[in-house]
Design a binder for this molecule. Structure first.
Ligand SMILES: [Zn+2]
Length: 74
């Protein structure tokens, strides 16, 4: 990106790892149409950090499971 301030705002899915788990959250981000770089609001970054802590603490009762992640041996 840097320099140009020509970005579009759109809803994106952000993957948030915490502990051994990962959560996905949909937020609005400013996206650079050239390189795809995403800029998040302060609120979004605070939300990510909150979710990361919840994951790390196993506090996932409010989250919806969407499948398993498997590690392939070998
Ligand atoms: Zn860019």
């Amino acid at each position: 990106m840097p320099g140009m301030r020509w970005v579009i705002t759109k809803e994106v899915e952000k993957l948030i790892p915490g502990g051994n788990n990962t959560a996905v959250v949909r937020v609005n981000a400013e996206v650079c149409p050239h390189c795809g770089e995403r800029l998040y609001s302060k609120e979004a970054i605070t939300l990510f950090e909150h979710i990361r802590l919840q994951l790390a603490n196993g506090d996932v009762a409010g989250f919806l499971p969407v499948g398993q992640t498997y590690k392939v041996a070998g």
